[in-house]
Design a protein around this ligand. Sequence first.
Ligand code: SF4
Length: 385
Amino acid sequence: MPAYLRRISADANRGTALHAAMRLLIEREHSLEDLVDETIEGYRITADDVENALRPALAYAEALLDAPGAEFYLEQHVAFPILDVFGTADLIVRINDTTHVVDFKFGPGVRVLALYPDGDEDVINAQLLFYAAAARHSFPKFFAGVEEVLLTIVQPQSIEPNDEMVSSVTVTHVELDEFVAVYRAACEEALAPAPRLRRGAHCRFCPARPICPEHSKPLLDLAELVVPAPLAFDGALAAPPAKEAYLQALADGLNLVDAVKDIRTALHDQAKHALESGDLVPGYMLTVGRAERHWRDDERTTTAALERLGLSRDDIIAETMRSPKQIEIRAKARGLKVPSELIVSTRSGTSLARSENARAPVAARSEIVRSFTAALEAFQGGRHS
Ligand code: SF4
C-alpha cells in the first residue's frame, strides 16, 4: 500500500499533537494555558485535552525531572541493535543508577499497561522493552552503571475513570538482552518473503487490514449465510425451520457484519485521505460538508453586541453542567475523587452486544426460568434431606 496511507486516523493525529505539546511544555516553550486552541500537526488542542491529558502527564514528567541529578532525553530517536529498526522514545530519565523509560499514551479507548496478564503469565509491554533496548544500544554512556530500568506507561485518560494513570515494571539487563533476541527472530520472519499472518488485537493498528486475507476472509463467508428454507424440495410446505436454526443465523449474520465493519472504516479513511491528497479513487469524490455557522468575533465582543440589541445575558450564554463522566475525568487529572453518593445511574433500556462485551448482561427469560428451577430444586432437596 502507498506509504502516505499508513497512518491517518484522527486518534493518531491527536496523539502526535499531544506528544508534540508535551515537548513544548517540558522545554517550557509554552504553558498549558497557551496550548488551548493551538493547532499542532493539523490537530486543534482543546481545553479538555489540556485539563484531562496534558496537565496530569506533565505533572508526572516534572516530578521525575525535578529529582536531584536527573538527566534526560526527550522525544529521542533511538536505534534498535539489529537491522535498520528505530523508534522515538517519549522520555528517558536517568536518576542515580535507575533509568526510567516513559511512554505517554493519550488515547482514551484502549487501556495500555506496562505489565499485563496473558493467561497464567504476566507479559511485559513489548513497545516499552523495544524503547529501553534501543535507548541502551543508542546511548551506552547514559546507561553505564545503570542497575535497574523502570518501564512506565503514563495514560491520563483511560476509558475507566478508576484506572490508575501510571503503570510501571522494572526490568533487568538480562531481560532486555532476551527481548533483543526474540525481536530479532520476529523481524527476520516478518521480513522474509512469505511471513505468517496472525490475526489478533494488534491488527487494530495495522493499515493493511483492508487487504489482509485474515480480515477479508469473512467477506467471502457471507455466501455461507443461508437461512433454512421453509419449503420442501418438491414445493410442498414443510415444517418451519427450527427456531434455534434461525437464531443461529442471526448470530452468524451479526458476526459477519462485525468483521466487515472494521474493514469498512479502514477503507473509508484511506480512500478519503487519498482523495484529500489529490489522488483519484474510481467512483468516489469528496463533497463539501454541511455549513457550520460561527460567531465572527470573540465571545466578549459578540456578547456585548447582542446585549446592545436588547438580548439578556441569559438569552446569549447557556451555562450547562458537565456530565459525571466528564467531571470524573477532570477530578482524576487533579488527584480528586467525586463521591459516589453525588451520582445516580439510570439505564436507558437494553441494547445488543456480543456476549464477551456485555457490561451488565440481562439474562434471557429462558435462562431466568432455568436458574430459578435449579435454585428451587436445590432448596427442595435441602428440605428433604
Ligand atoms: S491485519 Fe493482517 S497483516 Fe496486519 S497485523 Fe493483522 S494479520 Fe498481520
